[in-house]
Design a protein around this ligand. Sequence first.
Ligand code: ASP
Length: 343
Amino acid sequence: MANSPTRILLIYTGGTIGMIKDYDTGALKAFNFNKLEKKIPELGQLDCSIDTVSFEEPLDSSNMDPGHWVKIAGLIEEHYETYEGFVVLHGSDTMSYTASALSYMLEHLRKPVVLTGSQLPIGDLRTDAKENLITAIQVASLQERGRPVIQEVCLYFEYKLYRGNRTTKINAEHFEAFASLNYPPLAESGVHLKVNYEALYRGSRRKALLVHKELDTNVAILKLFPGLNKEVLTSVLNIPGLKGLVLETYGAGNAPTQDWFVSALKDAMTRGIKVVNVTQCSGGSVLMGQYETSEALRKIQIISGADITTEAAITKLMYLLGNKVSAKSFKTIFETSLRGEMS
Ligand code: ASP
């Protein structure tokens, strides 16, 4: 008896990938995903059946917010038993934030959730949309011994499949728009589709999907720069209602050693604000205590983001604050890898 095709749910949220050129007017307009197989007949060669669901109002991803992440997570939850894999079409600008947030929100995920997008619209002559879409669907439909090969939230772009919460958008015009500098690709597409099995995330087999929808947005990101003054730092730390701050420091987690700087942070932490030290370098890790310029931060017990990306750090703060993690265990839990977001 022939195996039944793998069922994939395509969730279209917006972004360039969902656009098509009207050759009469030259304008870009939203693509009708119900006619997907007519426009991309190559999809017929994949052994899967594809259903689509679209946001009523396709979004440029600059307008994505945690409410939209909840909507995507809710769609996955609603259709979790019916489909073997999920492909989320999303604008590339904030795709790494959405991928990171979803990775925390979908606890005990055992199926692939692959985000993809493109730099050029589907109908464009040199488009990257077709390859990204076809391979994202192919990756999401990979099965071995009746189980999905990929069991995590990932991001597919320009021949590489990455762990979503390890990615950053690094280029606004190259097709190779994303990088994952602290974690190897999960798969690479060339003549063959090569899966890097050792890099795949494996959660608990016994637990059912748990979808977390509480995210706290009383958070901020502050990037250090030479000349950052006391007024700016204290204003940020005194934002009414602020609960968490991602501090983008230099190199391996280094920062100014002046008293006013360290005391302002210490004071904020005493008031219960969670401060996370993340490096502003694209790759590498925070290692407090390696230089004198990070020793003071270590002493005041600032949270180490290790090699987490800023995208994964800010969404982790939203997730842990939303889940009301106790003050006592917050630092330990943040410094623990929850979904493979840090080494
Ligand atoms: N501005 C677009 C967006 O992020 C760019 C893209 O789709 O890649 O929605």
